[in-house]
Ligand binder design. Structure first.
Ligand SMILES: C[S@@+](CC[C@H](N)C(=O)[O-])C[C@H]1O[C@@H](n2cnc3c(N)ncnc32)[C@H](O)[C@@H]1O
Length: 333
């Protein structure tokens, strides 16, 4: 891949360079300055701005309607190469909790290891990782856009700090209470039955979109609270294969309905099996997903192709409580 790194700085120079990755390109430009014994950012050299742009990335898969594009690779690279801005980001990043523990699934003892991408790393590294990808997502969000990020205690405090440091305004912290959590087999802790999802807007002073009326209607005409009781993933959501941390369509649908309008563009930089995209398309929103494991981009593609059959798509809509509600609600309006 060719990248163009442009540095605009105090001496009004502009430098462009070609390199195989964005990081190498940036490092090469910094190297040129080191040769001249200029340290970027020191007091004599007060202004510089590094702008990396590459050729626009090619999607691994694009639906015929153009409403579902899937990119195969590392989001840290690909986020720099997306064309248009997006209205909302949902991210289910690595939680860094795969440390050899065990749990129970369908009555069987199973390992909680999700994959290499989820292995525990030192807290400083978790925070540096979160700062980097959240900063990149901020650049691709529209000014009135919002971001949702899910997590557990392993990563969520770092995510909240990163959002605040990067200038986001936190709007809510949703507690997702799983109505059917697996038991705690060690019997030394309370059963883990919750996940958190932080909702934040890009700009402190630019208003965001919240579909208050619809959320209230879904909640039996009472204000929707920040505690959502929704079941964990159901077997009918796994017809195209298994992802170890697949999110339920019911959770994604509520997030999308609360914070986007029909036709909006939604980005998921860690899209796994593509759940965000499936919920987005069932609700007539556009989707851009990034995933770096081939097995999972293939799975997302199969899931998207599955809902090309209108009967399957409709059967999913009727099984997702909020979508089923909206279809009747819109009819009554
Ligand atoms: C927690 S899972 C997301 C699951 C997804 N929400 C779903 O419903 O299927 C995180 C995903 O991010 C992917 N991943 C991890 N690091 C990545 C990176 N730097 N760039 C792109 N994908 C990454 C992993 O392969 C994994 O599939």
């Amino acid at each position: 891949m060719k990248y163009q790194v442009t540095i605009t700085e105090t001496l009004s120079r502009k430098i462009s360079i070609e390199a195989p990755t964005a990081e190498i390109a940036e490092e090469q430009v910094r190297g040129l300055y080191r040769d001249e014994e200029i340290v970027l950012g020191n007091s004599d050299f007060c202004y510089f701005n590094v702008d990396v742009c590459g050729e626009e990335a090619e999607p691994f898969y694009l639906s015929t309607e153009g409403d579902f594009s899937l990119y195969f690779g590392d989001c840290m690279e690909l986020l720099l190469l997306l064309g248009d801005k997006v209205d909302m980001v949902f991210a289910d990043p690595p939680y860094f909790l795969s440390n050899g523990g065990i749990s129970v699934q369908s009555g069987k003892i199973v390992s909680v290891n999700k994959g290499e991408w989820d292995k525990g790393i030192p807290v400083e590294e978790i925070h540096a990782f979160n700062m980097k990808w959240i900063g990149m997502c901020r650049d691709v969000l529209t000014d009135n856009g919002t971001i949702w990020i899910s997590g557990t205690y392993h990563n969520i405090f770092s995510v909240a700090n990163a959002l605040a440091s990067l200038g986001f305004k936190i709007l809510n912290v949703i507690t997702w209470v799983k109505t059917n959590p697996p038991p705690n087999i060690s019997c030394r802790y309370f059963t883990y039955s919750t996940e958190f999802i932080i909702w934040a807007r890009k700009m402190a002073k630019v208003p965001h979109y919240y579909n208050y009326e619809l959320m209230k209607a879904i909640n039996g005409d009472k204000q929707m609270t920040d505690v959502w009781r929704l079941p964990a993933i159901a077997p009918w959501e796994k017809t195209c294969g298994k992802h170890p941390t697949q999110k339920p369509l019911s959770l994604m649908s509520r997030i999308i309905l609360a914070s986007t309008k029909k036709g909006d563009k939604i980005l998921d930089p860690f899209c796994g099996s593509g759940t965000t995209g499936i919920a987005a398309n069932l609700l007539e929103r556009n989707f851009v997903g990034i995933e770096r494991e081939r097995e999972y981009v293939e799975m997302s593609k199969r899931r998207r192709q599955e809902i090309e059959n209108p009967i399957t798509a409709e059967s999913y809509r009727t099984r997702i409580k909020d979508i089923d509600f909206v279809e009747h609600y819109e009819y009554m309006l």
